[in-house]
Design a protein. Sequence first.
Length: 398
Amino acid sequence: MKKEHLNGLEILRYFLGVYIVLYHTMHYAVMPYFATRMVGMGFIASSTFFILSGFILSYVYLKGNGTSDIILKDTNKNFLLKRFANLYPIHIFSLILTIIVVSTIGYLMIMEKDSLSSFNYVMYDSNNYTPIERLHHFMDNKELVIAFIMNALMIQSWNPYYLTFNAPAWSISTLFFMYILFPFIAPKLSKIKSPFKALFTTNIIYIAFPVLFISLNLFDMPYTGIINRNPLVRLPEFIAGILLCNIFFYIKNKGWVLGKGFALYSILFILLSFYLADRFLANPDLITKSGNAPYYLLHTGLLLIPECLLILLFSMIKINNEKAIHYLKLLGGASLPMFALHIPVYLIFTRAEYYFLKENSLIFYPLYLVIITLICIYFQKYIVVKTRDWILKNTIQK
């Protein structure tokens, strides 16, 4: 029996892409207080995206969901080739674009801060209020070669000290590690008969990482980088997504109807969770003055259940209009390119804006969001898909 396409998740995928864009780029001196607080919580976009990835892969690539006879639809090799062919074009093209843009900006020096614009430049990761000028670092030739190799192999997220070149692409590196594990862990996790208990256990294990780091006052390098992006540390989010798909079919098999009442209470719970999270984040010294403990906890596990509920809610959305579904698929498909392309596109946009208007204004920011959306739609359709098809044509034997 063919599974229905969960069109509501396309909406969520696009929203998460936009949210990570806001988190990294919407930093203006004059901004409404609510907008500032909302943008400051943008790290939840990558967490939710990892959970969503586990959910979607389980829904699409597993056969026999909701039964004890669950298997991967494809061979392990073909599955990994397909995932690689989908991720690598996004990563490598965005990496090349970023290096070109950063080097050009450093040469043109349109804005005063462009003196730091070099692909050698990085910032050390720290969560202990170290003055920003002490976090600036220019990689030497040895570090540069290592950085190039790690990026070429999509393993840059294993560097706990700093992000290199196209910083947000760490998420693609971490995601690829999760993809590698999927064929081996997903069928087993999907057979668990108590998925709710397994999800809560996963959450407890996940949150143990920041609790341990906080108790030991580990807020400096390399610990901040480990918490932020180490694939093993972030793996529970992906596992949670697989378990959430298990729950999705468990609910279906039980004949439970998640109606308007469930949706309403879930929305209220999610809103309350994010409000309390914002209040918690606004008091960084609440637990210790050694570092920002609330950030560690909220970033790594404390919001896992509300994020899972959010995915479940969007999976319930039914859309029947074919034209709307077509456009939603385009937007959903643009989400991962948005993670990778938003920084180089923003650098171009802000420098062009400053060159012609002598300022960067919040007024023109919506235009940037429209531009990045359109670029990512066409990038996915005409570059990623065509490159992916070429890779698969030359690697997968029919």
